[in-house]
Design a protein around this ligand. Structure first.
Ligand code: AG3
Length: 275
């Protein structure tokens, strides 16, 4: 039988991928979770029918959401990852020698369990001795942990359903309070083609709270439009002033010191969103 997964990337556009085998399907208290195997992208994790990550292209997103902020901060010791139950961000964060502790706060424990079982390449560092996993609401966690983290990484789903609150100004305010002096946060902020209004609003909200706000880009083939944005709020350090020679020599496939800087070069239509 010819089986396909289809994601409505917008209400008028579908991305479809032929499925070799369905490995797991589950309705969790928060969402519908599926892991399928495909020829095109390898194993793929979907939540509420939205592609979260695939074995073939996950490195782009996970490296880019992690290393830009971690290499901008001079010596991040305590890092909080919100969401990202697959463990891809955690795997990248523990590559940094300065990091002493990674708290991984994911609301849906079923995502962590599915990733452990079906996506070992991505979840492989979840048991690292520096990692503490907390299955809880990230919004609550930051509210309860003031002045606690050097870097906070928000690896959320799209801004509908369980992740909606992770895109609010009130949450960014709590993030600010949860960061130490010199702290930095970064969040995935969707497609500049399809979510321009959202990107604009987030940029304004973050700029109203943090001394420095920056947006950067990476190309993730399985996300709507491919071109993807990340928004960073920083108390002190500017990613554009990061010291090339101080950057950790990381084992990466997309991120590099040159990409660190070039990712901030924005096409005019993206720049226009930030005016
Ligand atoms: N976080 C989801 C990014 C948003 C993808 N959106 C979409 N495909 N419509 C990725 C989780 C990976 N750790």
């Amino acid at each position: 039988m010819d089986l396909w997964v289809e994601e409505y990337q917008t209400k008028d556009m579908v991305i479809a991928c032929r499925v070799k085998r369905t490995l797991h399907e589950e309705k969790t208290p928060f969402q519908e979770l599926a892991v399928v195997d495909t020829d095109q992208f390898g194993r793929m994790l979907l939540l509420d029918n939205v592609i979260q990550t695939t074995i073939k292209d996950e490195f782009v997103y996970h490296e880019m959401i992690s290393h830009v902020a971690l290499n901008t901060h001079r010596s991040p010791a305590k890092v909080l990852v919100i969401g990202g139950g697959d463990g891809g961000v955690v795997r990248e964060v523990v590559k940094h020698q300065s990091v002493e502790k990674v708290v991984h706060c994911e609301i849906d424990g079923a995502v962590i369990e599915a990733a452990r079982k079906f996506l070992p390449e991505i979840s492989c560092s979840l048991d690292h001795p520096k990692v503490e996993i907390i299955v809880d609401d990230g919004i609550k966690h930051v509210r309860d942990h003031k002045n606690s983290y050097d870097v906070i990484i928000i690896d959320s789903t799209d801004p509908v359903g369980p992740a909606e609150g992770l895109f609010s100004a009130a949450f960014y305010q709590d993030i600010f309070a949860s960061l130490t002096d010199g702290g930095i946060f970064v969040a995935q902020t969707e497609s500049p083609f399809f979510n321009g209004d959202l990107i604009k609003r987030i940029h304004q909200d973050v700029a109203g709270i943090f001394p420095l706000t920056r947006l950067y880009l990476a190309n993730v083939p399985t996300y709507p439009g491919g071109l993807w944005t990340f928004t960073m709020g920083s108390k002190k350090y500017d990613p554009l002033q990061a010291d090339h020679t101080q950057m950790a020599g990381l084992d990466t496939k997309y991120y590099s010191p040159d990409i660190h800087f070039s990712a901030f070069v924005l096409p005019p239509f993206v720049q226009a969103l930030l005016k």
